[in-house]
Design a protein around this ligand. Structure first.
Ligand code: PEP
Ligand code: CO
Length: 449
């Protein structure tokens, strides 16, 4: 890094940071940031290192990354049932991928901090009035009026507190028996049970229970942490850099800086400029990093960013999350795979089949079609197999609730039904049933890898 100036947790401030809220009162903002920087970290360096090791395995094809959750978490939905249902659906998907796909699954939620959103436009017109765009609950309110849209720094503090509460419950659920494989049946939700996908899941759960019983019968103990606990990690887009800086801490055990707002932090497709503030900030923290790559990327720039963010070419450090869309993946992915491979870069390849498959339905709802999502995933696997690279993970926007936001799937959710339970404040998510269906399909693909 000889051509690079020295990194500090605030060196990003010398660069241009896109997609930041316009905080109206600097003194008030500084006060909140100061307070945040003295509060305890949300996650710990040791956990972050464990995740990096697991992602390194996934990059070799020895594990598979499942990353998913809301497009945008909401303060008003930070409730025990909501967190539990989201965890359940991710655990179910992980079991399907592990059992039917024969791969250990690294579970990473878009959760406990996914409160900041990049937007394509700074403002929007509501009833003829121009108001700031919604930038996530950590900046302003979704309510479509001028006052609600003015960024409020107290929301950063609230985001920290909500993330802490969410993580606390996740830790209880994953360590305290709720996630035990002995309870694999109990993760199936009532409204899913009656569906074809729910029944497929029940059959799989039965097979797992039989296998556990068999082990116990022949005297192998299943009373071990691998059975009774789940390893679950958190992630979000590292967008609001003041917040991220305030939660950046030096590891007291091994040294080095860690972003302690979540285990894995990713950089969005709109903020990954080589000379931008986001890249500058992320290069100095030791977390595993994701980077979204859409159709507008430049292959050489991607390689230069990899040099900047991962100069030691460490395995597990970089996850490249491609999001080209069903219609464009064939055009963009092969060239990128070849370039990264021939440059000898260690990366984990992950497919986000959501973000470039969004369209506005006739009903006016922003939606995604299950078929397009599946089609981008299929192409992702096929193209990797053709290039001899490893399709190592998937990234979804999903929820444990019975929402009607994406069309299609086994129940053929139609445009007319979107209005029934369209709850997202940002992008449309797969509901629990569609998520299970997706997992069964991916398991098939993994098995044939
Ligand atoms: C997102 O993941 O919600 C997002 C905004 O993605 P991207 O940066 O790929 O557009
Ligand atoms: Co989104």
């Amino acid at each position: 890094m000889s051509d690079q100036k020295e990194w500090t947790k605030s060196s990003w401030q010398q660069y241009t940071a896109l997609q930041q809220p316009n905080w109206p009162d600097q003194a008030q903002y500084d006060e909140v940031i100061d307070a945040l920087s003295t509060l305890p970290p949300l996650v710990f360096a040791g956990e972050i290192r464990d995740l990096k090791t697991l992602l390194g395995k996934a990059s070799q094809g020895d594990a598979f990354l499942l990353q998913g959750g809301d497009c945008s978490e909401e303060f008003s939905r930070c409730t025990a049932p909501n967190i539990r249902e989201k965890l359940k659906v991710l655990l179910q998907m992980a079991v399907i991928l592990t059992y039917a796909g024969n791969k250990p699954v690294v579970k990473v939620g878009r959760i406990a901090g996914q409160y900041a959103k990049p937007r394509s436009s700074d403002t929007e017109i509501v009833d003829g009035v121009e108001i700031p765009s919604y930038r996530g609950d950590m900046a302003n309110s979704i309510e479509p009026n001028l006052e609600a849209r003015i960024p409020d720094p107290q929301r950063l503090m609230k985001g920290y507190n909500m993330s802490a509460a969410t993580l606390n419950l996740l830790r209880a659920f994953t360590r305290g028996g709720f996630s035990s494989l002995h309870r694999v049946h109990a993760w199936n939700q009532e409204f899913v049970k009656r569906s074809p996908m729910g029944r497929s899941y029940d059959r799989l759960a039965k097979q797992i229970s039989h296998a556990l019983k068999f082990m116990e019968t022949i005297g192998i103990s299943t009373d071990i942490p691998q059975m009774k606990q789940a390893q679950f990690f958190t992630s979000h887009e590292a967008l609001f850099l003041g917040y991220e800086e305030a939660l950046t801490r030096e590891d007291s055990i091994e040294g080095g800086w860690y972003g302690c707002s979540g285990h894995m932090l990713w950089i969005g497709d709109r903020t990954r400029q080589l000379d931008g503030a986001h890249i500058e900030f992320l290069r100095g923290i030791n977390n595993p990093l994701g980077m979204k790559i859409g159709p507008n990327h430049d292959v050489d720039e991607v390689l230069r960013i990899l040099d900047r963010l991962n100069p030691e070419n460490e395995a597990g450090r970089m996850t490249l999350i491609t999001r080209f869309g069903a219609g464009q993946i064939e055009k963009h992915l092969p060239g990128l795979l070849r370039a990264v491979k021939s440059a000898g870069k260690n990366v984990l390849w992950c497919c986000d089949p959501m973000h470039a498959n969004t369209f506005t339905a006739e009903s006016g709802h922003k939606t995604r079609d299950f078929e397009n999502i599946l089609s981008e995933l299929r192409c992702f696997f096929e193209l990797h197999w053709a290039e001899g690279t490893v399709p190592g993970g998937v990234h979804f926007e999903l929820t444990g609730d019975d929402v009607t936001e994406c069309i299609g799937g086994a129940r053929q959710l139609s445009d007319e039904q979107l209005g029934l339970r369209y709850l997202t404040t940002c992008d449309p998510r797969l509901n629990a049933e569609q998520s299970l269906e997706m997992a069964f399909q991916i398991a098939e693909m993994i098995r044939t890898s």
